[in-house]
Design a protein around this ligand. Structure first.
Ligand SMILES: Nc1ncnc2c1ncn2[C@@H]1O[C@H](COP(=O)(O)OP(=O)(O)OP(=O)(O)O)[C@@H](O)[C@H]1O
Ligand SMILES: [Mg+2]
Length: 395
């Protein structure tokens, strides 16, 4: 084996990488020296390696891997080792239309305390779970890192992995490690979409830090680090199949959240405030329209709870309608374009319900009327069945 020292190995690697050949000419060597890529390798320009006039055989390639490991300068090694993807401050922005309701004050107090106290927030879609966490962090000026969980989310996405950067393989911290190092709030959004690959978070949910095996390092959380998870279910799956893709989460995983907040839709008063704020920013202040939309959503939610309708109108959808009104300047069109995503029956019954609200009917009147309609359609159905039976007998 040829015994080269560190410096010689470094020179050899540069020559090999530039000329990609077994041999090198004196002129080529001198060119690299002139360009200051290497210092003069006089050891190479000796009779030991000379194969022709001014031509030298490079020592065996076996050295390449050794060279990479040994010769990366220490400072470069550090830089290439851990790369942060977030360089700026990650405190979320305050949104002007936000209205405090439900569990918001409790969430804000937890965030403000900087205590490690994992929180699970569950509730139907579009009722302000994610926004509550975001605004709690914005108001208390706490950094927050949001990760949207999917069934594909794994250790690499959460803790980090090796990535290619400027042609170099570097380690990049994942959002969980980033939040731990910064002492930020980690928002695990839609946690019930996860597979059991999120079980790598188990030690993190105990607040004790985590051993990242891929880099052989133990990461301890900085003061202020906390985990808040949101979900449409309680991690027990979705019985009615409404939330496709939700999974049953591991019991031990759920056990690591000391508190669970059940987020309901806002009260009519709060929701009216949210819709009014949105209408105002859309340049179409209209308190009657805000009241009507909230009453309409209330009727739909109550009917949904009784099983009379398959879809629900969320606070998010009301905000969408208010914004659409600002754009199209037409209430029915705003409602229509924002409910077109539902199937025809649902869409028509939504529009019909809004017309009733707009005509001045109260929630109770509409629900009563709907009940009567259902009863009479049941009676018609049973009469039809009796007639069918009679017909069968005659035949
Ligand atoms: N407190 C509030 N103040 C103002 N607007 C709100 C409030 N809560 C909800 N909204 C409106 O509803 C929208 C949906 O809120 P958010 O994204 O937090 O819902 P979510 O409960 O996380 O829904 P999902 O379960 O679908 O993720 C917001 O973008 C906002 O327009
Ligand atoms: Mg959300």
């Amino acid at each position: 084996m040829i015994d080269l020292n560190k410096k010689q190995l470094q020179q050899l690697e540069v020559i090999q990488s530039v000329y990609k050949s077994d041999t090198v000419t004196r002129a080529q060597i001198n060119d690299l020296v002139k360009k200051k890529k290497i210092s003069n390798p006089s050891w190479l320009k000796s009779s030991k390696y000379k194969v022709d006039r001014g031509v030298y055989k490079l020592p065996s390639n076996n050295f390449t891997s050794t060279v990479t490991q040994v010769d990366v300068p220490k400072t470069n090694t550090e830089a290439a080792y851990v790369v942060s993807s977030l360089t700026d401050n990650v405190v979320p922005s305050l949104i002007p239309n936000f209205v405090n309701f439900g569990n918001y004050t409790d969430i804000k107090n937890i965030v403000k305390s900087k205590k490690f106290y994992p929180v699970f927030i569950t509730g139907l879609s579009g009722n302000g779970k994610t926004l509550a966490v975001t605004q709690a962090c914005a108001e208390t000026k706490r950094e927050m890192i949001r990760v949207n969980i999917t069934i594909e989310t794994d250790e690499d996405d959460l803790l980090g992995g090796y990535r290619l950067k400027d042609g170099q393989t570097v380690w990049q911290d994942g959002p969980v490690i980033e939040a731990m190092k910064r002492g930020a709030v980690l928002l695990l959004d839609e946690i019930d979409l996860a597979s059991n690959k999120v079980m790598c978070l188990q030690p993190i949910l105990e607040g004790s830090g985590v051993y990242v095996k891929k880099i052989n390092r133990f990461v301890k959380p900085k003061l202020g680090f906390n985990v808040i998870a949101t979900a449409n279910t309680k991690g027990q799956g979705s019985d009615d199949g409404k939330f496709i893709g939700t999974n049953v989460l591991n019991e031990a995983f759920l056990e690591r959240f000391p508190v669970t907040f059940e987020q309901e839709y806002p009260s009519a008063k709060v929701e009216e405030q949210i819709v009014s704020n949105t209408l105002k920013s859309a340049g179409k202040s209209d308190s009657k329209f805000a009241t009507n939309l909230v009453t309409w959503a209330d009727v739909i939610r109550k009917t949904y709870k009784d099983g009379g309708i398959d879809e629900i109108i969320s606070t998010r959808r009301l905000v969408h309608i208010a914004e659409a009104y600002g754009i199209f300047k037409n209430k029915m069109k705003a409602i229509q374009v924002c409910t077109n995503r539902f199937d025809d029956d649902t869409k028509n019954s939504f529009t019909e319900l809004y017309s009733k609200v707009d005509a001045g009917a109260s929630v109770e009147q509409i629900l009563e009327e709907k009940k009567q309609q259902e009863l009479s359609s049941l009676e018609t159905d049973s009469n039809d069945t009796e007639e069918d039976k009679d017909e069968d007998i005659q035949v």
